[in-house]
Structure formats: C-alpha cells, structure tokens
Design a binder for this molecule. Structure first.
Ligand SMILES: Cc1ncc(COP(=O)(O)O)c(C=O)c1O
Length: 399
C-alpha cells in the first residue's frame, strides 16, 4: 500500500498494517539482531561523502527493526519524522539536548515525570540552562514565565499523578508567536487517546515502555515531529548530533516487541480507558477514598478541557487515602493488581507516587506539584473490572 493511502487509514488500521518485508514477504516485522552491517563500495563512498543518512552502518546509529518501529510510530502519531530511542528518558534527553544550548531557558509544567523534573531542575542548570516551573493549565502563568531566551515549553498531555490536562491551543499560539518550540510527553495518554501533533505541538516524546509496548517486557522511547518551526531535517540532525553520540538507540529486540505492541494498542486502550473510568467512578463513591483524579470525572479540574481535546480519558487514575501508611497497607494487600513501578501494561499496576516516582523530589516541591502522601496511582490493565473492584475493596477494608 502506498504511504499516502496508509496515512488516510483510521487509527487501528494504521497500527496493524505493515508493508510486507521486501526480502522475505513476511507479514510480521523481521527482527534483525546484527550490530554491524557490510558496506559495499557505493555505500562506503556515500557515507564518506556524508550523503547517506539513516543507513545500516553500526547498531548504535540505527537498525532496520528500529527504522520499522520509527515508521509505525510516524503512522500512529501523524508525524513527519520519528526517532526511536533506548527509553522514554532517552527520548526526552535527546529532544531537549538536541535543541538547547547554554544560556537557553525552558518553561516546564510543575508536574512532570520525576526524572524529567530532576534533569531540568538540577543537571541542566550545570550547563547554564535554566527552567521555570509553572502550572501549564494556567496559560497566564506560562505567559508570565516566558523570557526572551525561552526556547521550549514542555508539559505532559496527561500529567502524572494528578492527571492534569493543559489546554493546548493557547500554549501553542503563545509559543509559536515567539518561535518557542512546544514539546509534550504523551506517555500517559498514548497516541490512541491523544495525538498532540494534530494540535500544533512540535515534538512529542513517548515512553514506549508503557502503553505502546503494553506488555511490561521492553524499554523504549520515541520522539515524533510535525512542526512549522523546526526544519524538516531536524530529526536526522539530532539522530547524528545527539542520539548516536549519547549512545541511546532503541535495541532491535525491543523495537520488535514494541512493533507487536503497536498492533494491539487500539483494542487494549479502548478497554483500559473503560476500566479506568469504571474504577474512578467506584472510588469516587468509596468511604475510604478522600479524592479521585481522572480526567473523565466531572470533578476533575480540567474535565471540560479534556473532553474538548481528547476522544477518551486514558487508562490512568489516582486516588487518595488518608495517609502514606494507609496507601502502603492497601497496595500490600492487593492480590490481582501488582504493586509495581511503571504502567501501561496488560496487568493493573499500582504505586505510591510520593514515595516511588517522586521520591527524589523534596517534600516542599511535591506539595507544589499537588502530590499527597496517601495517593495511589493506578494503571488499568485488561483484567475484568469487577475482579479489580473486588481486589481494591478487600484491600481498602483493611484501613
Ligand atoms: C510520563 C513519563 N515519561 C517518561 C518516562 C520515562 O520512560 P522510560 O522509563 O521508558 O525511560 C516515564 C516513566 O515512568 C513516565 O511515566
């Protein structure tokens, strides 16, 4: 099928379809594990002359299975270019380091994945790159934080763990008027629930480890681009200037596992969104639960924005019990759900954001991020929602 016809397919069809492999006609993606590739004289000369870019040279520069993953990611994100990386954090680092220089400034949401926050709050400052942390759900706060040297506005489309949803059009407009690049981490939403490039965002970073892979068996990441500000060859530039030099390509076997994950992303997420909504409604009426954060609930602070922007509300939710001890008792007594780091897999996973993902963030900052000690974050899996409710109710009865 021609590429323009592929891009017109609906989401699930784009996710499932691969062109048959040229060498073998296999309908599944071939897995190429080689770390080195044989040159012939023509290829050698093109590489020496700098004319050849995404070519099979050496595994750290790229790999055919990784390129196939990049192509599928472009299809499901609606991107013009994609760069696969070893992890979600590698995608975030390569995107930021590929753009920023000493003296630049970033405006970033208060509530991002802890390692993203840590890098911007500490490590990048060592290289004279400053970040102002704001609530991106408040466009006026973003406007006030912008400086003449601001290069990037960065936020998560559904932000961990409060499931905050910032309204994208005003942020994009404000950024593009000033040639500022907008980057979104879309990990919690996944491209099934939301495709930020369709809303004018310049770069999307994904931890493919999560919903895209979907089976908790592979670490990987991707940067996807569709931008009026960045040059068409931006992704190739950062592939060579940053990703290859940092040594962070996606490993071929992980690319292959993630490719399999993409094919079932739609059906998994449709069910996970449904289960998350069922759990959120159940927790909202539960006597042991103080508060629930799920963008699909009318009580969520950005419910109206989420409804306007997203066709569904995602597979992630958070609820709060009275204390950190109570949260630990609940998680320790779950049997069907796992008490585990990470999210987006076929099994329901739970964690305590304050003492797990945000452990390195000082308490005062955690408060500013609205992260309470008794919060429990849930990634809805594919189990029957009735069994999940029974599991949670039994554990909640112990506090
Ligand atoms: C929102 C978000 N972004 C990025 C990452 C980093 O992804 P990875 O673990 O694949 O590096 C995570 C990890 O949990 C995450 O939750």
């Amino acid at each position: 099928m021609k590429s323009d016809k592929r891009t017109k397919l609906r989401f699930d069809s784009r996710a499932v379809y691969y062109p048959p492999d040229e060498g073998t006609n296999s309908i599944g993606a071939p897995l190429i594990m080689s770390s080195s590739f044989q040159y012939d004289a023509d290829i050698y000369q093109q590489v020496v002359d700098g004319e050849r870019k995404s070519v099979n040279i050496y595994g750290r520069c790229g790999n055919p299975t990784e390129y196939q993953f990049e192509e599928q990611m472009m299809m499901i994100e609606g991107a013009d270019a994609c760069l696969a990386t070893a992890s979600g954090m590698a995608a975030i680092s390569v995107a930021l380091l590929g753009i920023l220089k000493s003296g630049d400034h970033v405006v970033c949401d208060w509530t991002t994945y802890s390692s993203t926050h840590e890098m911007l709050d500490h490590r990048y400052t060592d290289y004279n790159i400053e970040t102002t942390f704001v609530d991106t759900a408040d466009p006026e706060a973003v406007r006030a934080a912008i400086r003449p040297n601001t290069r990037i506005i960065y936020f998560e489309t559904i932000a961990n763990p409060t499931m905050k949803v910032a309204e994208i059009p005003p942020l994009v407009e404000m950024a593009h008027e000033r040639d500022i690049i907008v980057i979104c981490d879309n990990t919690f939403a996944s491209p099934y629930v939301f495709r930020p490039l369709e809303w004018g965002v310049d770069l999307v970073v994904e931890s493919a480890t999560k919903f895209i892979g979907g089976h908790s068996d592979a670490i990987g990441g991707a940067i996807c681009m569709k931008s009026k500000l960045l040059p068409a060859d931006f992704m190739e530039k950062i592939r060579w200037s940053t990703m290859v030099k940092l040594g962070s390509p996606l490993a071929p076997f992980n690319a292959w596992l993630l490719l399999r994950g993409i094919q079932t992303l739609g059906v998994r997420l449709a069910r996970q969104c449904q289960t998350a909504a069922t759990l959120a409604a159940h927790f909202e009426g539960h006597p042991k639960v103080k508060r629930v954060w799920y963008p699909g609930l009318e009580s969520h602070p950005q419910h109206k924005i989420a409804k306007k922007q997203m066709p569904d509300f995602g597979g992630m939710l958070t609820f709060e019990v009275e204390s950190a001890d109570a949260a630990l008792t609940v998680l320790d007594n779950l049997e069907l759900c796992c008490f585990a780091a990470s999210l987006g897999g076929v099994r329901t996973t739970t964690q305590i954001p304050a003492s797990m993902a945000f452990l390195d963030v000082p308490e005062e900052q955690r408060r500013q991020m609205n992260i309470a000690d008794g919060m429990i974050r849930v990634s809805a899996g594919l189990e029957d929602a009735r069994d999940l409710i029974a599991d949670f109710d039994e554990a909640l009865s112990l506090i």
